[in-house]
Design a protein. Structure first.
Length: 636
């Protein structure tokens, strides 16, 4: 908010990725506000230590006259820890600090009325949520959202973005919009261009004739960093020890620090004034007989005897005598000495005042308050980040309309996914797969549904079918792992299509266990795309289905055994990572290799052996193969 350095030349900008110029093309100096950062540094306000090579000394910290840790944003990463402190408005911080110094019972709620919200140099619109800010102010952890600010020019049919979130840059936003346009997700934009000039940031977006710019901007807010989150982590070093603190704790530590800085400054001033008063007391003695002082100096043969002779002649100590001896001859007159000793009275008052300040924290706090008021009056600027309330945002934000029509989706075993319209399927196009690949999952649904991809890492990736382009059956489709940014080596196991998160999902595992989990366990209030710990990972998942499809499932093991399981017999659990209970009893080193819905219209499973051939009974009994040499299963 308040740069501590004034610069000439290109030092780069927070809102742009543009590189800064080489140092030979730039100049800089400390800004005026830096006077408050270094206030008292020449008066022993803070401790100094040797620099890296011991050639000089440097301060451990700077004796800042206002809580700059809350005014200037700070981001840092160290070994095993990180810190991210947002910036606040200087006037609000000074006012809050003054209230804290005068009211020991200051609460977070009252603090929120004074320091309304963070304030960034890049401006923008902060989505105000008092509960979230209360958590940040209390604990030092939390996040909030900041939106870009734009103006719509009706005559030119374009939007001019003039302020963006602090956490992003204009180039990133432009690249994201361009990508959305190339992918066909936004079709109402004709151009997006960078118009940064001497007046500052500007990103212009041109629209097609008749386009609804509000709907387009609503989509851009969701799909780009035009709306971005700032994650707070007020991890601060206090006495060399990292601590995560809320704002009241920060004000408490800063107040204690500042009181100690001023006390050290006052002690320094007291010493200087005491020394000066001591010298003037000696000069006052000379005033009684100036001629005598001149006579002593003139008649003393050796230079080294001048100070001892003055000490004997006037009854003063060595320091005072040295001071008198160093006075120029032209100043050994009554007028000069009277002017100097006139300072004695004021020095005595200042010394008494300093002694009172040093021993009284309340008086030091009054000094801090006076300084904060002066700083606020001199350097404060209006807020740059405006506040927009969540309830107003929800009422005014246009809802994105998704074109809905029947589609058929296909997922291959290798993880290729495609969405085809029913019209293209009726064309009898042959489904195309890569060599050695095959169909894993297919379902008729509509374009407004969501798809959940269950993976080998016990994770679920969520996407909207609208995010996938319509394709022909002869296309391979999108490689899901690349499109949704899977982890390295992660593969798709299965997919579920949902329009509403109701009912149950039935999961089968390789170790013979099965479980029913409510579908709403996978619903999220935010647009989170990835769910970790999405299901039990103690055994590979071999099948997942929406409950109620057939009511029965046919399980097969690797030793030619099969089992028909009724859905109602499967345990229902509310936790996603539950494994339910065993439905298929297996021997050591055996596993279930498949699980599929089963009904009367399903093809009968025949088991062949050299001794017999019979049909699996619908009672659910296990049918065993007596001949270990022949193991062949066919669907008739």
């Amino acid at each position: 908010m308040h740069p501590l350095i004034e610069s000439k030349g290109s030092f780069g900008k927070q809102y742009s990725d543009m590189a800064y110029a080489a140092s030979r093309y730039t100049e800089c100096k400390l800004a005026n506000i830096s006077e408050e950062i270094f206030d008292g540094i020449d008066k022993d306000a803070v401790e100094f230590v040797d620099n890296y090579d011991g050639t000089t000394t440097e301060p451990i910290v700077l004796p800042t006259a206002f809580p700059n840790i809350l005014v200037s944003p700070n981001t840092g990463i160290a070994v095993g820890m990180a810190s991210n402190v947002c910036s606040f408005n200087l006037a609000e911080v000074c006012e809050a600090t003054i209230v804290y110094l005068t009211d020991s019972n200051l609460t977070v709620d009252r603090l929120l009325d004074i320091m309304k919200a963070p304030d960034f140099s890049t401006g923008g619109m902060l989505v105000y949520n008092r509960a979230k800010l209360h958590e940040i102010y209390s604990t030092g952890n939390g996040n909030f959202k900041v939106r870009a600010k734009y103006n719509y020019d009706k005559t030119l049919n374009c939007v001019e973005i003039t302020q963006i979130p602090y956490t992003t840059t204009l180039e990133r936003i432009k690249d994201a919009i361009t990508k959305l346009y190339k992918e066909g997700k936004i079709k109402d934009i004709t151009d997006v261009r960078d118009e940064i000039d001497l007046n500052g940031l500007k990103l212009t977006i041109d629209f097609k004739r008749g386009a609804d710019y509000e709907k387009v901007m609503a989509r851009l807010y969701k799909s780009t960093s035009l709306e971005d989150s700032f994650s707070c982590n007020f991890n601060i070093l206090v006495g060399g020890v990292p601590r995560t603190m809320g704002i009241l704790e920060i004000l408490e530590e800063w107040t204690a620090f500042r009181i100690e800085c001023l006390r050290r400054t006052f002690i320094y001033d007291l010493g200087k004034k005491t020394d000066k008063l001591h010298l003037l007391y000696g000069l006052k003695e000379i005033l009684l007989d100036i001629d005598k002082a001149i006579h002593i100096v003139r008649t003393t043969e050796n230079d080294r005897d001048v100070v001892p002779n003055l000490m004997k002649g006037f009854g003063i100590d060595e320091i005072q005598a040295e001071y008198v001896a160093d006075i120029k001859l032209r100043n050994l007159n009554r007028e000069y000495i009277l002017k100097r000793i006139d300072e004695i009275e004021q020095l005595e008052k200042d010394i008494e005042e300093l002694k009172g300040l040093i021993s009284n924290d309340k008086k030091i706090k009054n000094v801090i308050i006076k300084q904060l008021k002066a700083i606020s009056q001199k350097f404060a600027i209006p807020r740059k980040t405006f506040l927009i309330y969540e309830d107003e945002l929800e009422l005014t934000e246009p809802v994105e309309e998704v074109e809905d029509y029947p589609v058929v989706i296909f997922l291959s075993r290798e993880g290729y996914f495609k969405k085809c319209t029913t019209a293209s399927i009726r064309g009898n196009d042959i489904q195309k797969f890569k060599e050695n690949d095959e169909l894993l999952f297919s379902e008729e649904t509509s374009n407004s549904a969501e798809v959940l991809f269950f993976t080998s890492n016990a994770q679920v990736y969520k996407a909207k079918l609208n995010d996938f382009e319509d394709q022909k059956a002869s296309n391979l489709g999108d490689f899901v792992a690349a499109k949704l940014s899977f982890d390295e080596g992660e593969k798709v196991i299965s997919a579920i299509i949902l329009k509403k998160y109701d009912g149950n999902l039935v999961l089968f595992f390789e170790n013979g266990k099965a479980v029913r989990i409510p579908a709403f366990s996978y619903a999220t209030k935010t647009n989170r795309k990835k769910l970790t710990g999405a299901f039990y990972d103690g055994s590979p998942l071999i099948g997942i289905y929406k409950a109620g499809i057939t009511g029965e499932y046919l399980l097969r093991s690797d030793n030619s055994r099969a089992l028909l399981v009724n859905e109602k017999q499967i345990t229902e659990k509310s936790t996603r990572t539950s494994y339910g209970s065993a439905v298929f009893t297996l021997k050591k080193n055996q596993k279930v290799i498949s699980a599929a819905p089963y009904n009367e219209r399903s093809p009968k499973l025949l088991k062949e052996s050299k001794y017999r051939k019979s049909v699996l009974p619908s009672s659910g009994a296990i049918f065993e193969d007596y001949d270990p040499e022949v193991t062949q299963q066919t669907l008739l």
